[in-house]
Design a protein around this ligand. Structure first.
Ligand SMILES: C[S@@+](CC[C@H](N)C(=O)[O-])C[C@H]1O[C@@H](n2cnc3c(N)ncnc32)[C@H](O)[C@@H]1O
Length: 234
C-alpha cells in the first residue's frame, strides 16, 4: 500500500507528485501507451496533427509533451514544433528524438505573449493541477488568430460501450500496465482520473470560459478521446 501511495499522484494532483509519477513512468511510457490503447494512440496523434492544420514555417508549442512522442508526429507538418514538459524524467527518456525540448510548467510558461501560431496539449491537460490557469497560459502565448487543440480522454457516447470501457479502465488496464509499464501504479491514477474528467461539452465550456473562441470538438474512437479546437481572437 505504501508503495502505491508513493508511485502515483492523488486525484487532487499536487504538481510535485505528478512530475514524480511521470518520472517513474518515463522509461517504458511510449510502448505502454501503444499496448494499453491497442494501437489507437497512433490514430489519435495523427488526428491531432490534422486538426491543427499546421503549415511549414509556423511555430507550435506542444505542451506536456512528455517524451516528445506527440511532438514527433506534429513535426511531420513541416512546422517548427517545441516540446515542453515539467517532468525531467519524461524529457530525458525522449532526448534521442530529434525535437527541441524545454522544461516548463504549463501553469507558468517561460514564453513571451503572442509567441506561437498554435498550441496543443495531448493527454496532459487532465494532469495539470490548475486546468484554467494552463488554458489561460496557452492563450497568452498564442498569437492573435492562433489555434488550440486539446487531445484528451473523454466520455464514450454510446452507453453500452461506455460501460464496457469503464470496466476495462478499472479492471483490465491496471493488470496490463503491471506487465508493460515501469510504474504500474500510475495507471491506476490514469484509470481513476478519466471518469473524473469533464465530458466533451463541459470541457468545451471550460475552454471558452478561459478566453478561447469558437470552441468545437470531435470524438475519436467513439468518444474515448475528444479533440477540442479553439482560436484566440485576433
Ligand atoms: C500522459 S503524458 C502525455 C505526454 C505526451 N503529450 C503524449 O501525448 O504522450 C502527460 C504529461 O503531462 C505532464 N504534465 C503534467 N502537469 C504538467 C505541468 N503543470 N506542466 C508541464 N507538464 C505537465 C507530465 O509530466 C507528463 O509528461
Amino acid at each position: 500500500m505504501a508503495k502505491t501511495q508513493s508511485n502515483r499522484a492523488s486525484l487532487d494532483k499536487q504538481p510535485r507528485e505528478v512530475a514524480a509519477m511521470f518520472d517513474g513512468v518515463a522509461r517504458r511510457y511510449d510502448v505502454t501507451n501503444t499496448v494499453i490503447s491497442a494501437g489507437q494512440d497512433r490514430y489519435w496523434r495523427w488526428a491531432t496533427r490534422k486538426a491543427l492544420a499546421l503549415r511549414p514555417g509556423e511555430r507550435l508549442l506542444d505542451l506536456a509533451a512528455g517524451t516528445g512522442v506527440s511532438t514527433l508526429e506534429l513535426r511531420k507538418s513541416g512546422a517548427w514544433c517545441l516540446a515542453a514538459d515539467f517532468s525531467k524524467g519524461m524529457l530525458a527518456a525522449g532526448r534521442f528524438r530529434d525535437v527541441p525540448m524545454v522544461a516548463a510548467d504549463a501553469m507558468a510558461l517561460p514564453f513571451a505573449d503572442n509567441s506561437f501560431d498554435a498550441v496543443t496539449i495531448s493527454f496532459g491537460l487532465r494532469n495539470v493541477a490548475d486546468t484554467d490557469l494552463a488554458l489561460r497560459e496557452m492563450l497568452r502565448v498564442a498569437k492573435p488568430g492562433g489555434r488550440l487543440v486539446v487531445c484528451e480522454f473523454s466520455t464514450p457516447v454510446i452507453p453500452v460501450f461506455r460501460t464496457l470501457y469503464l470496466e476495462y479502465l478499472m479492471k483490465a488496464l491496471p493488470k496490463v500496465a503491471r506487465v508493460v509499464s515501469s510504474n504500474p501504479d500510475a495507471y491506476v491514477y490514469l484509470a481513476e482520473s478519466i471518469p473524473d474528467w469533464p465530458n466533451q461539452r463541459r470541457l468545451a465550456m471550460r475552454i471558452a470560459a478561459n478566453g478561447w473562441a469558437s470552441v468545437k470538438w470531435r470524438n475519436l474512437t467513439g468518444g474515448v478521446v475528444a479533440l477540442h479546437r479553439a482560436y484566440k481572437l485576433g
